[in-house]
Design a protein around this ligand. Structure first.
Ligand SMILES: C[S@@+](CC[C@H](N)C(=O)[O-])C[C@H]1O[C@@H](n2cnc3c(N)ncnc32)[C@H](O)[C@@H]1O
Length: 200
């Protein structure tokens, strides 16, 4: 199948699954269709569960394109980095430290944000940039600030966002400190975990 057909078939399949489970609401459908997940997925990923325990082997786009497309358009988180980037290549490490989140989780959180036109959103945990691009599509880039603690992930995501035509404010730093850049915000979406809700 050509890339275009893989993308179209995958997008249709995933949209149906997300609509059926209630996570993709009608107000986010245009963003889902305009910001394809595959634009934000690196060539090597580890599909699996968010806890990393049942994580499988690496899937490499060049070695096995069919498996890569299948992973991209499945409702699964895709780990993109282990151990803060200490490893390169296809060896998995001990702890997943960055990912493209599970689509059900992405759209459930976007729906829960109760976004309306013109509101300003802070995303903590830019990762691959997909969620920031979805927010930018819906709200406008000027209303989105996204913080990423890992500078390498941020640099790669910045390139992907630019290629996709989106330019939210991308800050490299610790999102638990909030972001003076662009504050105040109407909503905060944290796509990383925290032990307690930080004061900022
Ligand atoms: C699940 S991934 C983000 C998925 C992302 N929203 C996407 O669309 O691809 C979580 C990200 O949060 C980042 N992160 C973890 N703690 C953070 C913090 N305190 N401040 C900012 N980013 C953080 C990690 O480096 C990782 O890239």
């Amino acid at each position: 199948m050509s890339e275009k057909h893989e993308a179209e078939a995958g997008r249709t399949r995933l949209a149906s699954a997300l609509i059926a489970n209630g996570s993709l609401t009608s107000d986010w459908l245009a963003s889902f269709n305009s910001v394809p997940r595959h634009w934000f997925v690196p060539d090597v990923v580890w599909p699996g569960q968010a806890d990393g325990v049942r994580q499988g082997e690496a899937v490499n786009r060049h070695a096995d394109p069919a498996a890569w497309w299948n992973a991209v358009y499945s409702d699964a988180p895709l780990t993109t980095q282990w151990d803060d980037g200490d490893h390169t290549g296809e060896a998995r490490g001990a702890t997943p430290t960055s990912s493209n989140s599970m689509p059900t989780m992405v759209f459930s959180m976007l729906a829960a944000s109760d976004a309306t036109d013109g509101i300003r959103v802070l995303e903590v945990g830019n990762g691959t940039g997909w969620n920031a691009a979805l927010l930018s599509h819906r709200l406008g880039c000027g209303n989105v600030v996204t913080v990423e603690v890992d500078k390498d992930s941020a640099a790669e995501a910045g390139l992907r966002l630019a290629r996709a035509g989106y330019s939210p404010t991308l800050v490299v730093g610790d999102g638990s400190e909030g972001s003076a850049d662009g504050a105040p915000f109407d909503r905060v979406i944290a796509t990383c975990s925290v032990r307690r809700v930080p004061y900022a």
